[in-house]
Design a protein around this ligand. Sequence first.
Ligand code: GAR
Length: 190
Amino acid sequence: MKKPLRLVVLLSGDGSIFEAIVTAIEEQRLNARILMVISDNPVAYGLTRARLHKLSTDIINAKEYSNKNDFQVALKKALIILNPDFIVLSGFMRILAADIIHAFPKRILNIHPSLLPKYPGLHTHERVLAAGEKIHGTTVHYVDAGLDSGPIIAQRELIVLPEDTTESLQRRVKELEKALYPEVLQRFAE
Ligand code: GAR
C-alpha cells in the first residue's frame, strides 16, 4: 500500500466538509493522515470536530496579532514545521499570503461553493439565485495568490430547482463537497 497522504487542514468555521474527509479516512476510502487542524478562529466548531476524532489542533488567532503580516508569518512557520504533502483549505475564510503560496507550490488546495471561474468570493448561493442560474456546484482548485482563482482540479454540478433558496443551495452544495473533496484527495494519494 502506498504511503498515506500527509495533510494539514485549515478551517475557520463549522468544519462539516473537513469531517467528511475524516470519515473517508476512517472508512478507508481515503489513504491519508491529518497531521494537524489549524483554525484562525478559536471558537470554530471544526476544532471541536477535530478533537472528537482525536486529531491535533492548533489555533492561530488572527486577532491576537497586531497586523495581518505577523499572522501570516506565524501560519507559515507552523506549516513549514509540519511540512505536509498538501495543505487542505476547508472553509478557511482568509486569503493566504503570496509568501505561503510560494513556499508550497501546487500543494495547497481549496474547495469553493461555486462553479469557478463564476462567483469567486462570498455569498455565492445568493448570487447564483439572483442571476437566475440553472446550474450551480462546487470546485476544488489549487490555491494561487488571487481570490478563488487557481487552476481547477475538479468540479461537481447540481441543477438549481425553482424552489431552491440560499439555505437549500448551501445544503445541497455541501453534500456535493463532502463527496468531492475526499475523492480528489484520494486521486492524489494514488
Ligand atoms: C464550504 O461550502 C466551502 O466550499 C466554503 O465554506 C464552506 C465550509 O463549510 N468555502 C469557501 O467559501 C471558501 N471560499 P464547513 O465549514 O461546513 O466545512
